[in-house]
Every structure is written in C-alpha cells, then in structure tokens.
Design a protein around this ligand. Structure first.
Ligand code: F6P
Length: 540
C-alpha cells in the first residue's frame, strides 16, 4: 500500500501543508467564529475538540481522503469479521469480539467466538463474586483480602491502569497489588504487606512463557507454601490466566483454576479478556460489564460514523498529518485526572509496540516514518515538570488533553482548579503570547524573547462526563482503533512485536553466563563485544 504516498490524495495533503503553515491559530480562530464548535466530533460518551490543530476544513477533508485511499474501511471491516489480518503470525485480530453482546454470533474457523467469550465471562463472574463475597476462602478458611496480579506488558499494564482509573469503584475489603518487574524489589514490596492466608495470586501470561512472570509466580508460590506449610494450599491461592493450558499445568496450577483466552487477542489488546480478572474482582462483575459496554460503544461508533466524524479516524489522521507531513516525532497524552496516571504508560505499549515498525506488512522498508514516541503524565503535575518544553522548546509536540466534567470525589474546588488549568494550557499552547503583548506589559527589552510564547502548538481536548467504567472502556477502545487506523495508513502489521525478541534471546544467553561458575570466562567464550564483556565482569 506504499503507493499511497505517491497518490494524488497524499500529494494534495502535502500541498495543503504550505497553506496551513503560513497561517496561525490566532488568525484561524479570529476569522472563523464557529471553528471551536465546528471542528469537533462526538460519540460513545466522548467529545473531541480538534479545533486547536494546525488544520483547515480542507485539511480534514484531505486526511479523510487519504484514510479512505489507504483502505481504512475495508481493513476495519476485515478486522471485525475475523480475517487473519495479523499476517506475520497468521492470526485473526479479534479483541473486538471480547466485548460483543451476549447472543451475537461470530464464527471463526468453525467456532462461535462470542459464545466462547461469554462462557469465560460467566466463569469469571462466578469466581469474582465468590471472592468478593468471602465465599471463596483460603487454605486456612479465611476470606481473601489481597489480590496480587503477576504479569507484565499487556498482562499488567491494562489491569493496573484500570484499577487506578476506577479507584472509586474498588471494593473496600480488597486490595489489588500488581507485580510485573523482574527486579525482586517489586515482588518484595508486594509480599511485605500481604498475608499469605488471605492472599490470592492471579498469574497472568498469554504465553505462560515470560521469564519475569514465571519467576515472580514461582517465588510467590514458595512464599505461600512456606508460610502455610502445605502444598495443598496452592489451589486456594493461585489462579492463572493464559492461552496455554499445558504450561499452566506444568507450572503447577490446576487448569480448573485457569481462565483462558485466545491467540486472536494480542497481549496489549487483552485487558477486556480474562486478563481483566483481578480488575473484575476489584470492581465487581456488573461494573466490568459496564466497562465492556464502553468498548462496545466505540466499536459501534468506529464501524458506523462517517470518517470525517469518526473519533478514532480523526485522531489517527491528525497523528499521520503531524508525523509524516509536519515531521513531529512525539505525541503527548496528558490526562487531567490523577486516576488516569498510568494511562500514558498503557498507551506507550498499545501504540509503540503496535506501530513501532520499520517494514511494511509485506516486509519492504516503510515509505514514511511510523509510530511516534508516546509519552505523558497527568496534569497538573506535568505542568510543573516538562510543559516548559512544550510551550517554548524547539520541538513541537502535539498533545491530547483529557478531562472530565465531574470529578468522582467531593473536592469541588480542586476540580475547578484542575479544569481551569486544563483549559488554560490548550489556550496558551494554541495562541501563545506575542513579543508586542509582552512589551505592552512593560517587560524589559532584555526579557521580551524569554517571555514570548510562539503559540501554534497543536492540541486535542477530549472530554467525558466522568471517569466511569464505561468511559474507561471507551477511552481504551478509542486509542486501540486510532492505532489501528495509523497502522493501516503506514501499511505495517500493528499486531506483531518481533522487536522484543532479540533482547530476550540475548538476556537468556547472558543469564546462562551469569549462572556459570566463571561468568567472566563464559562471557569471553561467548564472544561478546569488549563493552558487554567489561560490564559482565563488573556485574558478576
Ligand atoms: O515482550 C513483549 C510481550 O510479548 C508483550 O507483547 C506482552 O504483552 C508481554 O510480553 C507479556 O507476555 P505474556 O502475557 O505472554 O506473558
């Protein structure tokens, strides 16, 4: 599909750049009183204001033309229908099936995947309810009070992000703890406060072959068995979430205590599968259903809204505009919600593991730059850290500001201050402050340049009523589909991640050397470069 970048649609978009670049957001708003209400879109409980972007109505039309020419609609429909669009792994990409309504039908390879999804959801519901009610007891007869979720990447980031986002929905009698890192400090901190008699460990790994997760799970198991003095305690304190029943059994977890999912769910697209089990236990199955409904709202919107009004398509194409036409390298996500503190980290995996690719689906070098660097922190903390660079640095960083009309706490004054800051930031970034304005304030000439703000720094503002389970689901699906659309335009496979493999293989080799009697000699014999050899010597 790299002919896209020599197509008339793409050429027209590139030509539009010089028109827009010679204008300013100040002028565009001044000359067009309805801009701030017209360049907006709404759906699935989300309101997107994209008027503070470096675009005209013509740009939007051209971006939509490019999306259509790239085949976004065709590929979207192929994904929802279960076609094997993950071509390098020969798999369907069906995270959308995880939130299909009960009773829907989608047959893939002779199996109704929606029925399978709901059978697993029903088992999860029963289990979650029994843990929440205290009916499920540990080996010594006590109800569960602590859930330790052990997993990494997609088997951690989604549940941990959502558990924090939905803090007000969490059961008071349960604490959720997440262990991901192979740095033993992570497990150490989790076990330090947990009581083995009342702890349930949920081991999450799609492959059940990830060294970090298996090592943490093995040590947690030893901690539990040592404390309770009985191997027979394990089934009451350990459950697994995986696609690989054989490895779960090999590890020593009874597959009766396993919740499955399918290879057509990518790790970073799995929070709404059984990987969300600890979240479901925390917020309860009914709220988990609302969470799934939020995903479904966006799926429906993505499939039905015209491209020019389609939230994920607009967000994706603005990203393409900046990455490929303006050549901006990074993209910030700035939630004005402390409970969304982990959302940028979640999106880093979703976006960068999906679209951090340098070859096309057919293995040819890509024609243009692909995924941007995604980063962010919640407001207002970021304002007192890195916003200086966004306002006055030499790089332009398009940003998504995310805000909520109503807080889910009683500190109304805090919320007004938070909101004022969110709105002020996008205003300051768009319109800046000219040297004349600075001078008119009586600022000394020597400081005028320092106090001038260039403006024209593009932002989206994404608003929702409140950070409810449904909206968290909608936000995740919104970004999932945004990433999908960009992958289609760049013609990369957004659903593999071969780039993580080399480091894993090399780590296994070095681990063998560190485990040997003489790591220095082993490193020498392995033929490492002089830097790695010296580092191994110092670390062993
Ligand atoms: O190494 C990257 C990765 O494969 C991610 O894609 C995945 O989410 C993570 O590791 C964890 O994998 P698993 O769930 O199989 O343990």
């Amino acid at each position: 599909m790299s002919e896209l970048f020599s197509s008339p649609e793409w050429q027209a978009l590139r030509a539009n750049h010089s028109v827009v670049a010679s204008a300013s957001l100040r002028e565009m708003f001044a000359n067009d009183p309805s801009r701030g209400t017209r360049l907006t879109a709404e759906g699935a409980g989300l309101y997107l204001d994209f008027s503070k972007h470096l675009i005209t109505d013509e740009t939007l039309n051209l971006l939509v033309d490019v999306a259509r020419e790239a085949g976004v609609e065709v590929r979207r429909d192929a994904m929802f229908a279960g076609e094997p669009i993950n071509n390098t792994e020969g798999r369907a990409v069906l995270h959308s099936a995880l939130r299909r309504a009960e009773g829907d039908e989608l047959v893939v390879d002779g199996e109704d995947v929606v029925a399978d999804v709901h059978a697993t959801l029903a088992r999860m519901r029963t289990f979650a309810e029994s843990v929440r009610s205290g009916e499920w007891v540990g080996h010594t007869g006590k109800p569960i009070t602590t859930i330790i979720n052990i997993g990494i990447g997609g088997s951690d980031l989604g549940p941990v992000m959502c558990a924090q986002a939905l803090r007000p929905d969490m059961a008071d009698n349960l604490s959720l703890v997440f262990v991901s890192n192979i740095d033993g400090a992570d497990l150490d901190a989790a076990l330090a406060t947990a009581d083995p008699e009342t702890t349930l460990v949920v081991v999450c790994s799609k492959t059940f072959g990830t060294i970090e997760t298996l090592t943490n799970a093995r040590f947690a198991r030893t901690w539990l068995v040592d404390a309770l003095g009985d191997e027979a305690a394990v089934p009451k304190h350990f459950v697994a979430v995986s696609t690989n029943a054989e490895r779960v059994a090999d590890f020593g977890i009874d597959t009766a205590n396993m919740f499955g999912f399918w290879d057509w769910v990518g790790g970073r697209y799995s929070v709404d599968s059984a990987i969300g089990l600890s979240l479901m236990i925390g917020i309860g199955p009914d709220k988990f259903d609302e969470f799934l409904a939020g995903f479904r709202d966006v799926d429906e919107h993505f499939q039905s809204a015209p491209l020019a009004e389609n939230l994920p398509v607009i967000m994706a194409m603005l990203g393409v505009w900046y990455r490929n036409v303006w050549e901006f390298a990074s993209h910030a996500v700035l939630p004005y919600s402390n409970d969304l503190a982990r959302f940028p980290a979640y999106l880093q995996q979703l976006d960068m593991e999906s679209n951090g690719k340098r070859v096309t689906r057919s293995g040819e070098p890509v024609a243009v730059d692909t995924g941007p660097i995604v980063w962010g922190e919640p407001g207002t903390n970021g304002q007192h850290a890195f916003y200086q660079l966004i306002h006055q640095g030499t790089s332009v960083i398009p940003a998504d500001f995310i805000g909520f009309v109503k807080p889910r706490h009683d500190f109304d004054e805090h919320h007004r201050i938070l909101t004022a800051n969110l709105l002020a930031q996008t205003e300051a970034l768009a319109f800046g402050k000219t040297a004349d304005e600075v001078r008119a304030e009586g600022v000394d000439d020597a400081l005028v340049n320092h106090k001038t703000f260039p403006g024209n720094r593009p932002t989206s503002t994404l608003l929702a009523d409140a950070l409810t389970p449904r909206i968290v689901g909608a936000l995740i699906a919104l970004y999932e589909h945004k990433v999908f659309v960009q992958g289609v335009v760049w013609d990369v496979n957004s659903f593999d991640q071969w780039g993580v493999e080399l480091g894993k293989v090399l780590a296994t080799n070095i681990l063998n050397e560190l485990n040997s009697d003489d790591p220095v000699a082993a490193a020498e014999a392995a033929g490492h470069d002089s830097s790695t050899r010296e580092l191994i010597r110092r670390m062993s």
